[in-house]
Design a protein around this ligand. Structure first.
Ligand code: ATP
Length: 221
């Protein structure tokens, strides 16, 4: 139990503490495409939180992005593998790609606990924009007790604003991490690729080549 900062109301954590086993970071996303912003926060979290590994989990059917066509999941998976293969601590999981229906984080975390054991400590690495949406996710009350969150800086989002907008029982589960800010988004990359502008240096070279070879994001005329 710890005291609330504003009105000194006691804040009681009903969440069971995590085990003492391996420290596993997970980073979920549409990865359409994966870019340097994702890789930088994953590596910074690995270092700052002494994570044994970081698992990238491309969403199969993202529950929060239904308003645009999403690139085929196998392309998104392949790009994520290419982007992460030079880092021995990085892995890519097919958990959400192979599951039918919407990719809910609670289901994914439950599956990871089954695979890696209940003693495993899970750290959910997430950008400042996405952590603000957590209350709208499926079963947020259950989710917040299943892992610790590492919320990272992202250009355009101030962590102080994020802190003001989330209830105390959620803040208690979140550690805020400063990471080098890279103002890259997958939306901007798709738009760039569609209009022939460069994406070089914003994605790893292998991902850039994959996008070109497979004509991803090219708008049919
Ligand atoms: P889109 O533009 O299509 O919405 P995105 O670039 O935000 O995509 P996602 O796959 O939706 O990428 O993001 C996965 C996770 O990575 C989210 O937690 C998001 O906040 C975080 N993230 C994405 N880009 C950055 C960035 N440049 N800096 C820090 N975090 C980022």
């Amino acid at each position: 139990m710890r005291m609330g900062t504003e009105n000194q109301k006691p804040v009681i954590s009903e969440c069971e503490e995590q085990g003492s086993g391996a420290r596993i970071g997970i980073i979920g996303g549409t990865f359409d495409p994966i870019h340097l912003g994702h890789l930088i926060i994953a590596e910074e979290a690995r270092y700052q939180f002494q994570l044994d590994r970081v698992i990238f989990i491309p969403a199969g059917v993202p529950p929060h992005k239904p308003d645009r066509p999403i690139t085929d999941k196998e392309h998104r998976f392949d790009m994520t593998v290419l982007a992460t293969e030079d880092n021995p601590a990085f892995e890519v999981s097919r958990i959400e790609i192979d599951r039918s229906g919407p990719s809910y984080a609670v289901d994914t975390l439950a599956e990871l606990k089954k695979i890696y054991g209940n003693n495993t400590r899970l750290f959910f690495i997430i950008g400042a924009d996405a952590i603000l949406e957590i209350l709208t996710w499926y079963k947020p009350e259950k989710l917040r007790c299943m892992c610790r969150f590492i919320a990272t800086t992202r250009p355009g989002y101030r962590l102080s604003d994020v802190k003001k907008k989330l209830p105390e029982e959620y803040l208690e589960r979140i550690t805020f991490m400063d990471a080098p800010g890279v103002n890259v988004s997958a939306t901007d990359l798709r738009n760039r690729a569609a209009s022939g502008r460069p994406i070089k240096y914003m994605v790893p070279k292998a991902v850039e080549d994959y996008i070109t070879d497979n004509k991803l994001y090219v708008v049919e005329k």
